[in-house]
Design a protein around this ligand. Structure first.
Ligand code: ADP
Ligand code: ADP
Length: 226
């Protein structure tokens, strides 16, 4: 199943002398269980691509299909609901709530989505376990290492069973050894959950562990090998 599909997506910023063409006719398909890495220099448009894929930003042309649903004709409310139901987002910085434990940070989005407390905690513990941080469930973010914090953020992004996980430099703030651990934890989670994942990274060694690698060049998304 193709969970994320971009067809001829067009996005530019500015006009005249300030015109920046970021995506010209960008095509991409990511299936469930598949992990696609995007590598491109800073400014090439990785964040724009992830924001458009996550329905945080609208393209000026083309179509973005999320779990088979075309989104170009949805209003803001429709986009927000579809985003909540289908998409998990991981950022370079964890953005965890500092006054809550790891477990509570992963439980909370499920409570907001209407799941009952016991089921939400069970799911949260299962995710912390898959990511190798179950022994840190009762710790607050400040009591966790950078890699542990980022794994909690990944668990939180996956809490409501998103079909698509988008990650913008998820290891960008970590040392190389910790980056390995976090990336591998993310990859095994994605395969276990059957989600489609699009991960922007500068790290070529990590990108090689994805199922496919794509680059952004001249506004197009192109397959590459590193
Ligand atoms: P990356 O994530 O690869 O660093 P971005 O997607 O953030 O790239 O940006 C791609 C290009 O689009 C850059 O040249 C950036 O300056 C420009 N850009 C991004 N967002 C805006 C915006 N809101 N207004 C104007 N230009 C923007
Ligand atoms: P790293 O080796 O990645 O730099 P740290 O030295 O920050 O990690 O942390 C090592 C371990 O100690 C981690 O497992 C973390 O959960 C735990 N830890 C760090 N700070 C605290 C704290 N203030 N309270 C409780 N546990 C902590």
């Amino acid at each position: 199943d193709v969970h994320l599909k971009l067809a001829k997506v067009h996005r530019h910023y500015g006009q005249g002398e300030t015109l920046v063409r970021v995506l010209e006719a960008a095509d991409l398909e990511v299936k469930g269980g598949e992990l696609v890495a995007i590598v491109a220099p800073s400014g090439a448009g990785k964040s724009t691509l992830l924001h458009i894929s996550g329905l945080l930003e609208r393209p000026q042309g083309g179509e973005v299909e999320i779990t088979g649903v075309p989104t170009s004709k949805l209003n803001e409310r429709g986009r927000t609901l579809l985003r909540r139901d289908t998409i998990g987002y991981v950022y370079q910085f964890h953005h965890l709530l500092p006054e809550f434990s790891a477990l509570e940070n992963v439980t909370m989005p499920q409570l907001i989505a209407g799941r009952d407390g016991a089921a939400a905690e069970k799911r949260a513990m299962q995710l912390l376990d898959i990511l190798g941080i179950a022994p840190r469930a009762q710790h607050r973010p400040a009591e966790l290492s950078g890699g542990e914090q980022q794994r909690v953020a990944i668990a939180r992004a996956a809490a409501n069973h998103p079909r698509i996980i988008l990650a913008d430099e998820p290891t960008g703030n970590l040392d190389p050894a910790t980056s390995d651990v976090v990336f591998d934890a993310l990859a095994s989670l994605i395969r276990e959950e059957g989600a489609a994942a699009l991960i922007a990274t500068h790290n070529h060694e990590l990108a090689r562990r994805a199922n496919r690698i794509v680059a952004l060049r001249g506004g197009l998304i192109e397959p590459i090998t590193l």
